[in-house]
Design a protein around this ligand. Sequence first.
Ligand code: SF4
Length: 298
Amino acid sequence: MLPAVDPALSPPRSPTRRRFNQALFAWHVTARRDLAVRHATEPWAILVAEVMSQQTQIERVGPAWRSFVTRWPDPSALATAGTRDLLGAWAGLGYNRRALALREAARAIVREHGGRVPATVDALEGLPGIGPYTARAVAASAFGAPVAPLDVNVRRVVGRVIGGDLPPKELQAQADMLVARRAARDWLDGVMDLAATVCRPRTPRCAECPVRAMCATRQGGRATSQRAAPAPRFPSTNRWLRGRLLAAVREAPAGAWVDAPDGLGDHDRSAVLAALRGLERDGFLELRDGQARLATHA
Ligand code: SF4
């Protein structure tokens, strides 16, 4: 029979996690950003917030997110939404494909999960348009799963704290180890806020960082900057072109055909037509003889 162990004498099971999270949470009491999406409590509202905040600054998501979940408060409501209404509600967020994918996810939730957002990473990843990051973010924030979603921000903080250039699988495992076991959502919010305000890409403010004492990069004097790519000229990007074309078609009366412009921004007519064909392939538009209209399927 094993001798009884005095818990006070037991070594901590995971001192790195404990130290990291003590420092992170103490700092976060006063440093927490009050973002609208953080008021979400229902899994569906959290899923919508996560999809909206991919590729859109989270500060800009708040108003659109509020009106979206008010209008479509659960997956079954969104599953029957019309394309025009959906894209109207998505206006200003960019990457409109996400809106259609979210509706597909809502339909799959209704069809395969009885209308309730599934709780596991695997089931979430099985939904249309839901990738590894969003699946983990929803599992952690909505259901408390101790998993770390690795977007560019979380990856930067964890990578710098752990140090070294780890292969993706190993970095994921190390990040999962750091997640607070009973406070996965608070952990994620804290790391995101640390990434946004202290452990910034180009100019990390290590002197003010709550986890500097255990940061391998800081201790090794290698808090390297990540030089941002130069900002693109928006009228020259394909994203800008697709957004403008879709807005023009969306604003036309229902069912009306709109002539494709000869050029838009830095794009000539062949680029415009190529972008329209891409929007057709993605299910946004119908095309005929150089004209476009919003897809009528819902
Ligand atoms: S000490 Fe510097 S590099 Fe390390 S986590 Fe903090 S800000 Fe980032």
